[in-house]
Each structure stands twice: as structure tokens, then as C-alpha cells.
Design a protein around this ligand. Structure first.
Ligand code: DQQ
Length: 480
């Protein structure tokens, strides 16, 4: 698609206030996982799971966009399409990109079968600066499942890195009646792969995320500081669930987790990380919709990418993330509030759905403090995120209207433990229907909201028995 065509398609959505203006999306239609993120000769390239035919999942291709700064994107032609009769004839599923001796190379899952039941690993390289990709004639490069996995499907999402002269790959999968599994492979040329052993397997005996029907998708495995981090997207076997991570050691090709956490408690899924030229470990995540297929069809688009985040480990080996600093260049008019005691809920002077917000609170031992986004005083529609200091958790409450006009309330609790003496810090990137919230750099809660009217866009301060130290909100400009 020519750049100008992409722009004019984007302009058709100009009045859709649910559509983000500064988070990446394709011009129209469906997008899910980020794929193949890489910085090539200074330019960032992002690929993504894409259905060119409509706004629901299906006939999965790899869309492609490029950026000088991870914020402003240009649409590039589709990079991978299913080849009739080939190992990817029913879909080019998720994968990564590497630099194979000067050749940008994509490694992805080719899918065959009416029910996506044959999943094998494929390779494609570019010889014209990532404009087009040629699939390796010997594809698939991995088609046999390891002996541990007796099922035929759920064997996908290669994540590859190089160490010394060897390439390594982790693959997401499951083991029948045991649950999610990540398998480790090695190669000297990206074509011939040797299976080593499971990197990590679900323990059905422990924990909330250890269900024997689970599938572990989209693994990322990388060194961060002195530790190794494994990120997986956890699928219950019935539905897309939560992104979790493990931090530990990797010695003699064996991973020993020492700490486990949740990367995001909401709508962020299937993230993909890569190392850029500044040695930053950067992660994109798919921001899933939270509305019906019918509503997505009516909108004509589905899915957004998170603002890329820089990953770090804190002193307790918790995985921290922060939006790339370049997003701050989109900040426009600033609104400031505080310091002031928080004794009751109050609506701010600022209203809008496209903003960047930083707030710091000091709650008393029994205090509550937080924010409401997309609030309507007439209907009470809102997304409230309130920290309960006594219980050290967030209460996330969403009041919204279904397509049939029914008013619905969802409420859930998300743990967030402040360190001794630590103030509560909230960073919120709100953008149409997207609300990315990161608390103290380590608790990520991504929400999607679809206010019934554009004017349902007030921001409120919520809480009592707390001190607002400072609040800053910046209006954000569009990247298109
Ligand atoms: N999405 C892809 C799969 C992956 C899943 C298919 C995760 O490769 O496991 O679109 O969202």
C-alpha cells in the first residue's frame, strides 16, 4: 500500500474518538501480536500479526511499519503472506527478526490445516533493505515436536538470539495434561536446529497460572543486567490470559527461575522485546480490544501496540518498565495540580481522552488514592483505578454501557505492594480507548474503555486520607 493511500485510510477514522492517535495501529483492519522488532541501520522496524481483509482475526499476514524514534511510524508493504500449498498456507504466525550476517531474517511459525493444527517454524530473508522477504526454500526448518510434547498443535512463536557462534531459539508450547512449556533449540545456521531440552515447564501443582490445560505462547528470553528473564503469554487453553515473567539464572543452558511476576494485569498480550543500538531492552505489546466482535466490525479496526517500553530489573529482581522517553515529545499543553490533601473525590479542570499523566501520592495507612478516566457526571460511566493502602492493592472498577444500552460494572483487585517509605507513582498514557497505567514502574494495568460519547472524558482525582504530592497532565498530539 502506498504511503498516501495508508494516510487517506487513516483519515477516514478521524472522527472515531475511540481510535488512538499516538499508539501505533495499521491504517485499518485487524492487528494482534508485535513481531520481528529490530533496529536496522538506525531505523526501527516493527512487524505485526495482521488480517488485511477485515477487523477480526484471520488469514494472518505480517504487516510492517518503520520508525526513526519508536513513536512516529510509516506504513510499509506487507512483509509475509501465506503461500498456497506452503507450510504457512493458513497463516504466518508470530516470530522474531535477527541479523544473519548482514541479512535481515524473520523466523516465524508457518501454520497449515483448517484448524491451524500443523505448526512448524520457517525462515525468510530480505536482500533489499527489508522491503521484501524471500522465504527459505527448505522451510519448514523445524517440524518435529520434542518427545515431551505428544500433541500436534500449539508449537509456535520462535524467539531467537545469538551467543558466540550459536543461535538459540525458544518456542512456546504445552505438554498434554501438564500445561505450558518452553522448548530450547540450537543451530549454527538458522536452518538446521537441534532440540536441547525444555527451558521451563508448567508445574501444575502450584500457583494461579499453573493450569494443566495452559499453553505458553510468545516466549521472550534474554539477559538483563546479571540475570535472565523469560516472558511468556499465558493462554488458559480456552482463552488468552495474562503475561507473566520469570527472572533467574541461565547456566549450562539450564534456566533456574528465582522470581516470578505478572508483567501486565490487563489487556496487554503477546509482547515482544528486542535490543536496540543504545543497548536498551525495548518491548512492544498488543493492546487487545475489550469489546464485541460486532463492535470491532463496525469500527473497521482492531488492536493497537503499546507505547514501546524500556525494561529494567530493580534491586528485588522485579521487571520494571517505562515508556520510551521519546513519547514525551508529543506532549503539548500542561495542566498541574497539587500539592493538596485528598479528602474526597474531585473532578479536574482538564478533560480529554488523549493525554500523558504523572501523579504522585502519599496515602495514610488507611488511605485510598487514584484516578478516574473517561468519567461522565451524567451517567457515572468511568474507569476508576484506586490504591487501597491498608490492603496494598488497586481496585480497578469499570462502569460502561454494552451495545444494547445495558449499564455494566466490572471490579477487580490487583496487588501492588509499596516498599517502606515509597510514595505511590502513577504514569498513565491515555489515548482514545487505550489506557496504559504503570504504577511505580512495576505494576502494569492496561485497560480499554469505549465511552458512549466523546464528552464522557473527565479525569477525576479519587481518594481520601491521602496527600496529592503532584499531578501533571499533558495533552498529546497525533503521530499521523
Ligand atoms: N497469536 C499468534 C500466535 C500466537 C498468538 C497468531 C498470541 O502465533 O501464539 O495470531 O496472541
Amino acid at each position: 500500500m502506498a504511503f498516501q493511500d495508508a494516510l487517506s485510510i487513516r483519515q477516514q477514522f478521524a472522527t472515531d474518538f475511540h481510535r488512538p492517535i499516538y499508539h501505533f495501529q495499521p491504517p485499518s483492519n485487524w492487528m494482534n501480536d508485535p513481531n520481528g522488532a529490530i533496529q536496522w541501520q538506525g531505523t526501527y522496524h516493527l512487524f505485526y500479526q495482521y488480517n488485511p481483509h477485515g477487523p477480526l482475526w484471520g488469514d494472518i499476514h505480517w504487516g510492517h511499519a518503520a520508525s526513526p524514534d519508536l513513536i512516529h511510524w510509516t506504513d510499509w508493504p506487507v512483509a509475509l503472506a501465506p503461500t498456497p500449498g506452503g507450510p504457512d498456507e493458513t497463516g504466518c504466525f508470530s516470530g522474531c527478526a535477527v541479523d544473519d550476517n548482514g541479512v535481515p531474517t524473520l523466523i516465524y511459525t508457518g501454520v497449515r490445516g483448517e484448524h491451524y493444527e500443523v505448526q512448524t517454524q520457517c525462515v525468510a530473508g530480505s536482500h533489499d533493505g527489508l522491503r521484501t522477504f524471500q522465504k527459505f526454500a527448505g522451510n519448514p526448518v523445524i517440524s518435529q515436536l520434542p518427545p515431551e510434547a505428544v500433541q500436534k498443535r500449539d508449537f509456535r512463536d520462535p524467539y531467537v538470539w545469538k551467543e558466540g557462534d550459536s543461535w538459540y531459539m525458544v518456542l512456546g508450547s504445552r505438554i498434554e495434561d501438564v500445561g505450558g512449556a518452553i522448548f530450547l533449540y540450537r543451530s549454527h545456521n538458522l536452518h538446521d536446529w537441534e532440540y536441547l531440552h525444555p527451558l521451563l515447564v508448567n508445574d501444575p501443582a502450584t500457583g494461579e497460572y499453573n493450569v494443566s490445560s495452559s499453553i505458553w505462547e510468545c516466549p521472550n528470553f534474554f539477559k538483563l543486567g546479571d540475570k535472565w528473564v523469560l516472558i511468556i503469554s499465558y493462554h488458559t487453553g480456552h482463552q488468552t490470559a495474562t503475561v507473566i515473567y520469570f527472572v533467574g539464572t541461565f547456566e549450562n543452558l539450564r534456566f533456574t527461575p528465582e522470581y516470578q511476576g505478572v508483567f501486565d494485569h490487563g489487556q496487554l498480550y503477546a509482547p515482544l522485546s528486542f535490543l536496540d543500538a543504545q543497548n536498551r531492552r525495548i518491548l512492544h505489546g498488543w493492546l487487545r480490544e475489550d469489546r464485541s466482535d460486532r463492535a470491532q466490525r463496525a469500527a473497521g479496526w482492531s488492536g493497537a501496540q503499546s507505547i514501546p517500553r524500556v525494561l529494567t530489573l530493580d534491586a528485588q529482581n522485579r521487571l520494571n518498565s517505562a515508556p520510551v522517553p521519546d513519547v514525551e515529545r508529543l506532549r503539548g499543553q500542561q495542566h498541574h495540580d497539587g500539592p493538596s490533601p485528598l479528602t474526597e473525590d474531585r473532578t479536574l479542570d482538564f478533560a480529554g481522552l488523549n493525554f500523558d499523566l504523572v501523579a504522585r501520592f502519599q496515602p495514610e495507612a488507611n488511605g485510598r488514592c487514584g484516578l478516574s478516566v473517561g468519567y461522565s457526571p451524567e451517567t457515572n460511566e468511568s474507569l476508576d483505578i484506586v490504591f487501597d493502602a491498608a490492603r496494598q492493592l488497586f481496585i480497578v472498577r469499570k462502569v460502561h454501557f454494552e451495545a444494547d444500552g445495558a449499564r455494566v460494572t466490572h471490579e477487580r483487585e490487583i496487588p501492588h505492594v509499596l516498599d517502606p517509605g515509597e510514595v505511590l507513582t502513577l504514569r498513565v498514557l491515555a489515548d482514545g480507548s487505550v489506557v496504559e497505567l504503570i504504577a511505580n514502574g512495576r505494576t502494569s494495568i492496561t485497560s480499554r474503555i469505549y465511552p458512549a460519547q466523546a464528552g464522557h472524558n473527565h479525569v477525576r482525582l479519587l481518594g481520601d486520607h491521602a496527600q496529592l504530592i503532584a499531578l501533571d497532565i499533558w495533552e498529546m498530539s497525533s503521530i499521523w
